[in-house]
Design a binder for this molecule. Structure first.
Ligand SMILES: [Zn+2]
Length: 563
């Protein structure tokens, strides 16, 4: 079935309540574990449907923000979200208190109960009204960002549309493009500051209402982080400062030589004098190239990508009215993922497509897990699926970049490595923000600058006033839309590098491990999944050290003059 043929409907809170009440009665009066298991399966089926409708409403809106009917559906689903969370919460309480808990664990392992327990800690009917407000603020941010209209060289662009100019091979074009973009942020600075300020205060209040000291603890629970906490993350960030930042400095010096520019500014986001490698061919040709690549990679990946194409589960090209960004979503009732992105003719088109295809391949691979909650892993694991895929596809990059493939490889390795420092910076900032929820927008900017100096010491904004005054963090959507979803990328990148290193040595075994990880979905916790895949935990002593050693040796060995 094609995406456009999926049945869609509005669910009603009253009906969902009635359905749950009837099931709860049977569940609570069950005389055997089998009876309870049967009810759990029924609830799971309904949740799959509901999640699919939610995902469709949200996706259809993001595909065309100007479509009033799609907007109304998305708003409807947003409006019932807190009430649905309340329904979910009642169900979770019943399962966690089930008399046949031990038998349930035997059937499905303990992960699902652990997940329910942790989710229960993030909700209480007391916060329903505030959850509504939080969702509204997120929508407000979405609209602000998606509505951006930037005048540049006589044309109007959205944020995504500016990307090719920011990476132009002509330095003055790059600079003017960044100037124009930052000018838009400057014009809207008050709106952004005010919105974030309201978000921080609201999130803090939700957390304290639930009995937490601040939002950090709640955010970790929301992210489903069961087997590590803020202290471990802080130690990990410290390692990044000690081990990664010095190598990033070296890369910065190398880039100066490649570009023949000194000093190098933030707007010099290209890696080669001639500009970054550009994907060859039209979007349609890139889809065909991907299809060939995935067929050659393995029978399973081939089958997966073929159906993404056949069932129209891809929306890849940037167009007016489309929400910026790239993501993968899924429809569990149909056991299908969907890839959304905004091709704009830069190298990022390929990178994002492959990244999101990693997520999508995982969702597809875990489709037969018994629960919808076992289909998706927590974020730090999900980003391994996608970031490892970026490396596992290296042997096929000629299909996308032709003779520029080696340039892309170098750029990919270097930027992935430098990302570790940026990601840690973003994470550190969020911790600071919620430890200091009373801070003013001005103080936040000051703090961002201080953290940039630690994690990103080579960043130089030249004379661009907005980022120089600490405003650059406003470009990161996650602060608004997915709080604390960031160190996940850093953890995952550390694991993806392990896949890269292994793939050079033994591709067959590496694919086996990757497939195993994807198929396991979210049926285990992070550290268990890492173990299952035979990866080293990034938190483990020596893990980052050995990766830094290997990656920097590889980067050192690249003869940049020959690229
Ligand atoms: Zn991702």
């Amino acid at each position: 079935m094609k995406y456009s043929d999926y049945p869609y409907e509005r669910i009603s809170v009253e009906e969902q309540n009635e359905l749950l009440n009837e099931r709860l009665e049977r569940f609570n009066n069950a005389q055997s574990a089998d009876e309870q298991i049967a009810v759990i399966r029924e609830v799971d089926r309904t949740r799959r449907e509901n999640i699919s409708y939610f995902a469709m409403a949200s996706l259809n809106f993001k595909r065309d923000l100007r479509d009033e009917a799609a907007k109304a559906e998305k708003e409807y689903y947003d409006s019932i979200l807190p009430a649905m969370e309340e329904i979910d919460n009642r169900w979770k309480q019943a399962v966690v208190g089930a008399p046949f808990k031990e038998e349930l664990k035997k059937e499905w392992g303990s992960t699902f109960l652990d997940k329910l327990e942790i989710e229960m800690k993030t909700f209480d009917p007391k916060i329903m009204e505030m959850r509504k407000q939080e969702i509204d603020l997120q929508t407000e941010h979405c609209e602000l960002v998606a509505g951006a209209q930037i005048e540049f060289e006589g044309e109007t662009y959205n944020l995504e549309g500016m990307a090719p100019f920011q990476k132009d091979k002509d330095r003055s074009v790059r600079k003017r493009a960044w100037e124009a973009k930052f000018a838009w942020y400057e014009e809207n600075a008050e709106a952004f500051d005010d919105l974030y300020d309201r978000m921080v205060k609201l999130r803090h209040k939700i957390a304290t209402t639930l009995g937490y000291e601040n939002f950090i603890e709640l955010a970790y629970l929301r992210m489903g982080r069961i087997d590590y906490g803020p202290e471990e993350v802080a130690r990990y960030r410290k390692q990044i400062v000690d081990l990664v930042v010095p190598v990033v400095r070296k890369l910065h010096e190398q880039k100066k030589k490649i570009l023949g520019l000194d000093p190098l500014y933030h707007y010099d986001g290209v890696h080669f004098k001639e500009g970054n490698p550009k994907p060859k061919g039209t979007p349609q040709e890139m889809v065909v190239a991907s299809q060939e690549m995935y067929r050659e990679m393995s029978p399973k990946s081939g089958e997966f990508f073929d159906l993404m194409v056949d069932e129209e589960l891809l929306d890849l090209v940037n167009r007016e009215g489309k929400m910026p960004g790239g993501f993968c979503t899924g429809f569990p009732s149909y056991k299908r993922p969907y890839i959304f992105s905004n091709f704009n003719g830069t190298d990022m088109d390929v990178r994002i497509l492959i990244h999101e295809a990693g997520h999508a391949f995982q969702v597809y691979s875990s489709r037969n897990q018994p629960f919808v909650d076992y289909m998706w892993a927590t974020a730090e694991t999900s980003e391994i699926h996608s970031m490892a895929m970026e490396f596992l596809t290296w042997p096929w990059l000629e299909k996308f970049f032709g003779e520029e493939a080696d340039r892309y490889r170098y750029m990919h390795a270097a930027t992935s490595f430098a990302f570790l420092a940026y990601g840690a910076c973003v994470d550190h900032f969020q911790h600071w923000v919620f430890e200091n929820h009373e801070a003013t927008p001005r103080e936040r900017k000051q703090q961002w600058l201080e953290l940039e100096a630690v994690y990103l010491p080579t960043r130089d904004y030249d004379d661009l006033a907005f980022p120089k005054a600490g405003g650059a963090w406003q470009m990161q959507l996650h602060f608004y839309q997915y709080p604390f979803y960031y160190i996940d990328y850093v953890i995952a990148q550390t694991c993806a590098f392990q896949y890269w290193i292994r793939n050079e040595e033994d591709p067959e075994k590496t694919w086996e491990s990757y497939l195993k990880l994807c198929q396991a979905g979210g049926s285990l916790h992070f550290k268990q999944l890492i173990e299952l895949a035979g990866l080293q935990s990034p938190f483990e002593e020596g893990c980052l050290e050995s990766i830094v050693e290997k990656v920097s040796a590889w980067l050192d060995a690249v003869d940049v003059d020959k690229l």
